[in-house]
Design a protein around this ligand. Structure first.
Ligand code: CMX
Length: 134
């Protein structure tokens, strides 16, 4: 496994617009992109913090994984995403080590990255994502 850095930290929010205000007006960060990812049923807002991004996530439909998460646990840290050179080989590597995958093969995420999720029940309760630029 060759993780190069934390690509982003995903934070589930009820209202994207309201949450963006906190990051901009209180923390002084700048939202550089808002993007809806239809496949994941989320609307996202991005902030760059050094090499890492903060990704705010608002559910765009009631059956969205983020909506389910907020219903159960409330707003807060949702997932951590590690940058790797090749998502599919990293997914294969951890699966061979006994980790259950959410995604057997990569799919397209925000900013056109290749992404794949590991199941939180096999990662110490932290939903974990691999990302690569392809
Ligand atoms: N962090 C930690 N635990 C989580 C979790 C999260 N983000 N999301 C769900 N869980 C836990 C639940 O609390 C539940 O635990 P218990 O069994 O102890 O109650 C368990 O995982 C199963 O959760 P569920 O609500 O029954 O939901 P599902 O099994 O239907 O789905 C999961 C869980 C992880 C497979 C699903 O949320 C998923 O596919 N996530 C990956 C996709 C995603 O989150 N996309 C949004 C981000 C988009 C992006 O960044 O690009």
């Amino acid at each position: 496994m060759q993780i190069t850095h934390i690509e982003h930290i995903g934070i589930a929010v009820k209202n994207l617009e309201e949450s963006v205000k906190y990051y901009e007006k209180i923390l002084g960060l700048k939202c550089y992109a808002i993007e809806e990812i239809k496949d994941q049923k989320v609307k996202t807002a991005f902030f760059q913090v050094g090499e890492t991004k903060i990704e705010l996530l608002e559910a765009s439909s009631s059956d969205s994984p983020v909506g389910k998460f907020i219903d159960k646990k409330g707003e807060g840290l949702h997932h951590i995403a590690f940058s790797v050179p090749d998502v599919n080989s990293s997914l294969k590597e951890v699966e061979e080590k006994g980790i259950r995958l959410v995604d057997k093969v990569s799919r397209k995420g925000a900013e056109s990255l290749d992404i794949g999720f590991l199941h939180p029940k096999f990662t110490g309760g932290v939903l974990t994502e691999f990302c690569s630029k392809n």
